[in-house]
Design a protein around this ligand. Structure first.
Ligand code: UDP
Length: 290
């Protein structure tokens, strides 16, 4: 197995458990540059992209390039090697959705020139070029639309709501809720997501499949729930809602249930407890970025 990452938002420390593993090679490389591999390849999984709004707003051009040039490079690699190809796309393909819950047949409500467009349109292009390679070259492709996923090894300061609130609650700081906190998200634990991705990569489904946990809650409720689990009660500080922040998000997972026999297994409290434990351990060790 080969892992490529230019570490624009990731961390090499996340691979510590694989160091010295005879079946794993890591290459610190940007997939927007030419990607070559010696020997056989069975499957190319394209998970490359900044995914946190804070990160992609800081790197809009890199985000557009990795979804377009990077996707094309990995599709060409899969084609050359006769390998299967899986694209990690996103619930952001639905933009600020007008259909709830979001189902794969919904085409979305994306602002093509707003601040989030660098991510949304990059992923929508990545979906389009994946379908084009399938239709033109018969490449065996899959497209996962991943909804909010969390777990150990997220960057504490990546700005997303899970690390933000857990870090604040653990440090005894006020919780920063954007807007009135009535916007919703549905959080999926990482092991469930990985199981879904592996099942999808083995399936014959070429059109997008949602992978996420349909357990939906408001951001305000999420702030209260994690304080309850941690056993703190910090004040809530309300900040302006970022532009184009989706108001409702919950995956319709009927398709994944039907064709992959997949649904999330890890309960919110259980996944959060494991993640809290991880962040507690990291708190003193990791200096804040930027
Ligand atoms: N959010 C928040 N406070 C934070 C970070 C995020 O209230 O410190 C909100 C954000 O406005 C959004 C939701 O939490 O409505 C999820 O944000 P995140 O950045 O995790 O990812 P998104 O789901 O928007 O891609």
């Amino acid at each position: 197995m080969i892992g490529w990452d230019n570490l624009i938002t990731g961390s090499k420390a996340n691979l510590d458990g694989l160091r010295g593993h005879p079946g794993f090679i890591f290459r610190e490389q940007d997939i927007t540059a030419a990607v070559t591999v010696e020997g056989r390849l069975d499957l190319v999984m394209n998970l490359a992209s900044p995914a946190s709004p804070k990160d992609y707003l800081e790197h809009p051009i890199e985000t557009l390039e990795v979804g377009s040039i990077g996707s094309r490079n990995l599709l060409n690699l899969a084609l050359e090697k006769g390998a299967r190809y899986l694209l990690a796309s996103t619930s952001e393909s639905y933009g600020d959705p007008l259909v709830h819950p979001q189902v794969e047949t919904y085409w979305g409500n994306v602002n093509p020139v707003g601040p989030r467009s660098c991510y949304d349109e990059s992923k929508r292009f990545a979906e389009a070029i994946t379908m084009a390679y399938h239709r033109t070259h018969g490449l065996r492709t899959n497209i996962a639309r991943i909804f909010n996923t969390y777990g150990p090894r997220m960057q504490m300061d990546d700005g997303r709501v899970v690390p933000a609130f857990l870090g604040q609650a653990l440090r005894g700081e006020p919780i920063t809720v954007f807007g009135d906190g009535r916007q919703t998200r549905s959080f999926c634990y990482v092991s469930d997501l990985v199981d879904g991705l592996i099942r999808l990569s083995r399936s014959e489904e070429r059109y997008p499949v949602n992978l996420g946990n349909p357990h939906e809650m408001t951001i305000l409720h999420f702030a209260e729930a994690i304080q309850e689990i941690i056993g703190t009660r910090m004040p809530i500080r309300f900040h302006p809602l970022p532009e184009d922040d989706p108001k409702l998000r919950r995956p319709g997972i009927g398709k994944a249930q039907r064709i992959l026999g997949w649904e999330p297994k890890v309960a919110f409290e259980d996944g959060m407890r494991i993640t809290i434990q991880y962040f507690r351990g990291m708190l003193d060790a990791v200096p804040a970025r930027g």
